[in-house]
Design a protein around this ligand. Structure first.
Ligand SMILES: *[C@@H]1O[C@H](CO)[C@@H](O)[C@H](O)[C@H]1NC(C)=O
Ligand SMILES: *[C@@H]1O[C@H](CO)[C@@H](O)[C@H](O)[C@H]1NC(C)=O
Ligand SMILES: *[C@@H]1O[C@H](CO)[C@@H](O)[C@H](O)[C@H]1NC(C)=O
Ligand SMILES: *[C@@H]1O[C@H](CO)[C@@H](O)[C@H](O)[C@H]1NC(C)=O
Ligand SMILES: *[C@@H]1O[C@H](CO)[C@@H](O)[C@H](O)[C@H]1NC(C)=O
Ligand SMILES: *[C@@H]1O[C@H](CO)[C@@H](O)[C@H](O)[C@H]1NC(C)=O
Ligand SMILES: *[C@@H]1O[C@H](CO)[C@@H](O)[C@H](O)[C@H]1NC(C)=O
Ligand SMILES: *[C@@H]1O[C@H](CO)[C@@H](O)[C@H](O)[C@H]1NC(C)=O
Ligand SMILES: *[C@@H]1O[C@H](CO)[C@@H](O)[C@H](O)[C@H]1NC(C)=O
Ligand SMILES: *[C@@H]1O[C@H](CO)[C@@H](O)[C@H](O)[C@H]1NC(C)=O
Length: 537
């Protein structure tokens, strides 16, 4: 038990990064070619780095007569000028975009909230879950804000140039304390809790036995594999391996993997197609300008800029989930956190969503698989970059389950919503002026531990029932409409199942234009000059 709970091996002060041993990995070791049907020891774990051990009992100086309501992590910080702005902790921790700790999206579709109970005449028949991994460390690339700020401070300290005072006084003792990419304890908690909740919600569906263990899929990256393990632990308990097979799809260059499409859809990886990143950089100059001016006088030896302030704001997110506590959180105002949220919204809508020409193409492989399972049709033809060798084998692509769970990344969930044309979150995001009433917010759609759930249900008298589909984004029921093929828009969000399936079969693959947008040449096969509105060219 103790060994299990200690997710992070003891690492003293040093933050160590280890590159995965992918180059030396045995290909005899991967799903479909190993001598076991469901190996979990496949290699391709990605970059892995461990951070400092937390010490909140020692370090946390927030008023502890007010009880901490979250698990271990300190989320009672309020933004700077909270009283004057009538701001509270949610203005920080629900504005951290995709790095927000998991919260149900209670405010995403308020109009369906009062209809969340299942109608009495409906019985759930299948559930399809697409799950993001839980909270993790950032990447170690210094092109990212948090590690860059860490290195800048380390350099200034080393050169004896650093001077810090006022709100930034803490930087005198500060060292970048976090690791890289692996799941942190908060992330393990998010996935375990989700497994427990979904057991209570859907456990009954497993009364209908299949002649094989339930297959859940994930990818080979460390945080993905660990997320699948913690979720199955929550759902099935200690003997999960007797009840479930974890299918590990290799995440590596040229490996077809519907749960990590960017390895193959080549255009999506090019800087010129990363439209969201470019927009975010422009927006960043605006919302960080005040903070640069305010904080610079307290910092000597480092010239602050938009990127570094963005890095400091992401340190609030990553230190909080990584070591449980961050002195960066109350340096910024409510308005600045709203700016930070929008920065990440731009990145995700612009790189993987409706504003990217490869948005639908990046999600269409998984969309095709979801449709096959919903309609209980054996895999026939790839829509994009599914691995046909695996999917044509029923062991690896069963369509007879009641419950399906795929673990994947935030960007893939975003692209799947785009491929299925969930225009409810298709907001076009201008960089001059964020719409405070927009629907799409990455903190609501793909926070850490996000889950997109499709419930297939039969409604009406037995023998004469009609099949319906309901979609939930982090518990919020999506008000489905004609953009997903539903002929009626119902207040409870239900859509006729056949209408959805037929609409997707007719449109999703065609509209994604997978071959064209993933492998075509800009200027010859199509011309992309900036953000699009419909996730394709
Ligand atoms: C499907 O995969 C299983 C497990 O690896 C293997 O035993 C079986 O031969 C495969 N079936 C086909 C048709 O390739
Ligand atoms: C699979 O790969 C991992 C990582 O390289 C290695 O440690 C392990 O021994 C391999 N297992 C098998 C069965 O080859
Ligand atoms: C801590 O919080 C309690 C309860 O809200 C309050 O009574 C007390 O004054 C606070 N202490 C400090 C030092 O702010
Ligand atoms: C830190 O210093 C090293 C060595 O001088 C340099 O290569 C690196 O670019 C610096 N990092 C940053 C983020 O400025
Ligand atoms: C299990 O299957 C039986 C027979 O097909 C069906 O009547 C029943 O509703 C199913 N139960 C669930 C929970 O899906
Ligand atoms: C498909 O999966 C098989 C079995 O894991 C693997 O050997 C093969 O390399 C994969 N092909 C591609 C193109 O991803
Ligand atoms: C992998 O995806 C590519 C791109 O769509 C496709 O051409 C190829 O046939 C796929 N390979 C397998 C094994 O599915
Ligand atoms: C079945 O449903 C249809 C349409 O909802 C209705 O017209 C028909 O009377 C129903 N039949 C039975 C046997 O209930
Ligand atoms: C997708 O949604 C857009 C609205 O954003 C709509 O104009 C379009 O017709 C929809 N596509 C399909 C195939 O329904
Ligand atoms: C595509 O080509 C056009 C015209 O040459 C250019 O303006 C645009 O930046 C290119 N877009 C991408 C995504 O490369």
């Amino acid at each position: 038990m103790a060994a299990f709970l200690s997710l992070l091996p003891f690492v003293a002060a040093a933050v160590a990064f280890a590159q995965s041993p992918s180059a030396t990995v045995s290909w005899n070791n991967v799903t479909g070619t190993a001598n076991q049907a469901f190996p979990t020891d496949v290699g391709f774990l990605g970059t892995m780095g461990y951070g400092e051990q937390p010490y909140n009992a020692q370090n946390d100086k927030l008023n502890s007569s007010e009880f901490l309501q979250t698990y271990g992590i300190e989320t009672r910080w309020k933004p700077k000028d909270a009283d004057q702005d009538k701001a509270n902790s949610d203005d920080i921790f629900r504005n951290l975009g995709t790095t927000s700790p998991y919260r149900a999206a209670d405010d995403l579709f308020p109009e369906t909230n009062q209809y969340r109970n299942l109608p009495d005449e409906c019985v759930i028949k299948q559930v399809h879950v697409v799950h993001r991994h839980g909270a993790r460390y950032p990447t170690s690339e210094t092109s990212e804000g948090a590690p860059m700020f860490g290195e800048v401070i380390a350099n200034a300290t080393k050169d004896n140039k650093l001077g810090a005072s006022g709100d930034l006084d803490f930087l005198k003792q500060w060292k970048y304390p976090i690791g890289a990419e692996v799941l942190v304890h908060q992330g393990a908690q998010e996935l375990f809790d989700s497994g427990v909740k979904m057991f209570y919600d859907y456990g009954k569906l497993l009364d209908n036995k299949t002649d094989h263990k339930i297959v859940v899929r994930t990818t080979s990256q460390s945080r993905m594999l660990d997320s699948a393990r913690y979720w199955t632990l929550g759902f099935f308990g200690w003997n999960a391996p007797q009840q479930v097979d974890i299918e590990v799809l290799t995440e590596y260059e040229n490996q077809n993997n519907s749960l990590a499409p960017y390895e193959v859809c080549t255009n999506s990886n090019k800087d010129s197609f990363r439209i969201g990143d470019a927009l975010a950089v422009q927006w960043r100059e605006k919302y960080t300008a005040d903070a640069v001016k305010r904080l610079q006088p307290m910092l000597k030896g480092v010239k602050l800029n938009a990127k570094l302030v963005y890095g400091m704001m992401s340190l609030c997110a990553y230190e909080t989930v990584g070591v449980g506590y961050s002195n960066f959180c109350n340096l910024f105002t409510k308005k600045e956190y709203e700016g930070y949220e929008y920065d990440i919204d731009l990145q995700f809508q612009g790189d993987y969503g409706f504003m990217n020409p490869t948005g639908k193409a990046q999600g269409v492989s998984l969309a095709n698989e979801v449709i096959d399972r919903m309609s209980q049709t054996e895999f026939d033809q790839a829509a994009g970059l599914e691995n046909t060798t695996l999917n044509k084998n029923k062991t690896y692509f069963p369509v007879d389950q009641r419950l399906y769970v795929d673990f994947t990344h935030d960007d893939v969930i975003q692209s799947l919503l785009t491929a299925f044309n969930y225009s409810q979150v298709a907001d076009y995001l201008p960089i001059d002026k964020p719409d405070p009433n927009r629907r799409y917010r990455s903190s609501r759609v793909t926070p850490f531990g996000a889950r997109l759930v499709f419930e297939v249900m039969d409604c009406g008298k037995s023998g004469n029932a009609t099949r319906y589909l309901r979609t939930k984004i982090n518990e919020a029921v999506v008000p489905m409409d004609q953009d997903q093929g539903c002929s009626e828009t119902k207040p409870n969000g239900l859509c006729k199942f056949n209408e959805f399936i037929n609409h997707q079969k007719q449109n999703a693959i065609k509209d994604a234009k997978f071959q064209l947008v993933c492998f075509g040449k800009n200027g010859t096969d199509f011309t992309v000059t900036g953000p699009v509105t419909n996730g394709t060219v």
